[in-house]
Write a protein that binds this ligand. Structure first.
Ligand code: IDP
Length: 149
């Protein structure tokens, strides 16, 4: 099983989409092993999006992600990283495949509602940035025998 870092961005929280977005992942079969609401401090935002620090949208991106509370989570499941990426859709909601979360809820690349790690290496890095080990919960779900063969 693999873990990935997922975040409902400030626009998702402000637009009352927290329940809907978490429900998408839960209904799929992904297991929530960490979940919290938080405000992202500016230094954490700059670290999280460090790979974009030379891009023109870096400043606005950090402003956006620190503009209000987010809901951060760690999801676990088979191929969790790529599964969540598929469910989110392309970065630009207008280019995202129909039915994906960004296509369903978004209109603008700078307000795309949700974040998900883009590789297992990023997932490990981002989980460590946002969660301490004690905040992640190991538990068994009886339903797993109905989700996995
Ligand atoms: P991803 O979130 O789909 O992995 P990245 O390319 O890693 O996409 O970009 C990180 C975030 O930066 C995007 O989710 C989006 O919020 C923002 N972003 C990316 N490209 C642009 C842009 O051209 N204009 C404004 N914001 C952008």
């Amino acid at each position: 099983m693999e873990r990935t870092f997922v975040m409902i961005k400030p626009d998702g929280v402000q637009r009352n989409l927290v329940g809907n977005i978490i429900a998408c992942f839960e209904k799929k079969g992904l297991k929530i092993v960490g979940l919290k609401m938080m405000r992202i401090p500016r230094d954490l935002a700059e670290k999280h999006y460090g790979e974009h620090k030379d891009k023109p949208f870096f400043g606005p991106l950090v402003d956006y992600i620190t503009s209000g509370p987010v809901v951060a989570m760690v999801l676990e499941g088979k191929d969790a990283v790529s599964t969540v990426r598929e469910m989110m859709g392309a970065t630009n909601p207008l280019k995202a495949a129909p039915g994906t979360i960004r296509a369903t809820y978004g209109m603008d690349i700078g307000r795309n509602v949700v974040h998900g790690s883009d590789s297992p290496a990023s997932a490990g890095r981002e989980i460590n940035l946002f969660f301490s080990p004690e905040e992640l919960v190991d538990y068994q779900r009886d339903v797993d025998r109905w989700i996995y063969e």
